[in-house]
Design a protein around this ligand. Structure first.
Ligand code: NAP
Length: 245
């Protein structure tokens, strides 16, 4: 029987490639988006074109009510969720911590931390009832090392790692695995503000000599979701070209 996945922030970037790859692997995929309705719809068309199963569903992950409505919709269209990929995320333009406003701080934590918690909370009752399920959270290398001029973002991504570990311990007796991926510098809209020159400088600092692709992060997420990773829980795995060793 096909498994059912929800990928948050699947309209663009890493989430989009993850949703597409999961669909290729036979998952029925709920493509969550917030603002990019057209992009989400085009992904659903792409998935259906190769014979996969998907539908798009809008929800702002910061809003528990919208997340519950999304989960109910997934339940009525496909059934109960087997895999949640908490990918939706926002970053701020690089700036000193002292210049970051409270509104910016709350927005970053709202999406990156509370968004992941809201979505987990919505799918868990069914997973615990079934005694099976998998949650994959998307952190960042900055959540492991901390990044100068990325203080709030780094702190939010460190919180995602702490959330992953604690939730993995709490859910292991229910046979639910919770893992985390920590991408390095990946070519998506999130880095579109960086100039080609900035990207070249960053690439020189990466042992593998280049930035990563969203497909490469999607491959890692799909591995952690698969039965090949069935003895792995509570871990944070980097896809960063060797930035962190
Ligand atoms: P992206 O291309 O900017 O895409 C971000 C996605 O998040 C979009 O699909 C967006 O949906 C969604 N999103 C934002 N706020 C949302 C909300 N409130 N509710 C629902 N969805 C929301 O970013 P990306 O690079 O693919 O990043 C994906 C994840 O990887 C993020 O968690 C990011 O922090 C992490 N990451 C990225 C990098 C990198 O270098 N790119 C490195 C480390 C970690 P809409 O457009 O529909 O609003």
């Amino acid at each position: 029987m096909s498994k059912i996945a929800v990928v948050t922030g699947a309209s663009r970037g890493i989430g989009r490639q993850t949703a597409a790859l999961l669909a290729k692997q036979g998952y029925f995929v709920a493509v969550n988006y917030n603002k990019s309705e057209a992009e989400a719809a085009s992904l659903v068309r792409e998935i259906k074109a190769f014979g996969g199963h998907a539908f798009s569903v809008r929800a702002d992950v910061t809003d528990m009510n919208e997340v519950n409505i999304m989960t109910d919709k997934v339940h009525s269209v496909f059934g109960s969720v087997d895999l949640l990929v908490n990918n939706a995320g926002v970053a701020l333009p690089q700036s000193l911590f002292s210049d970051c406003t409270e509104e910016e701080r709350d927005r970053v934590f709202g999406v990156n931390v509370y968004g992941a918690m809201n979505c987990a909370k919505a799918v868990l009752p069914d997973m615990i009832h079934k005694k099976s399920g998998c949650i994959i959270n998307v952190s960042s290398v900055w959540g492991i090392t901390g990044g100068s001029c990325e203080v709030v973002y780094s702190a939010s991504k460190a919180a995602v790692i702490g959330f992953t570990k604690a939730l993995a311990k709490e859910l292991a007796p229910s046979d639910i695995r919770v893992n985390c991926v920590a991408p390095g510098v990946i070519d998506t809209d999130m880095n579109a503000h960086l100039s080609r020159e900035d990207m070249n400088v960053l690439s020189e600092e990466i042992p593998l000599g280049r930035t990563g692709t969203p497909e490469e992060v999607a491959e890692l997420i799909c591995f952690l979701a698969s039965d090949n990773a069935k003895y792995i829980t509570g871990q944070t795995v980097s896809a960063d070209g060797g930035m962190i060793m």
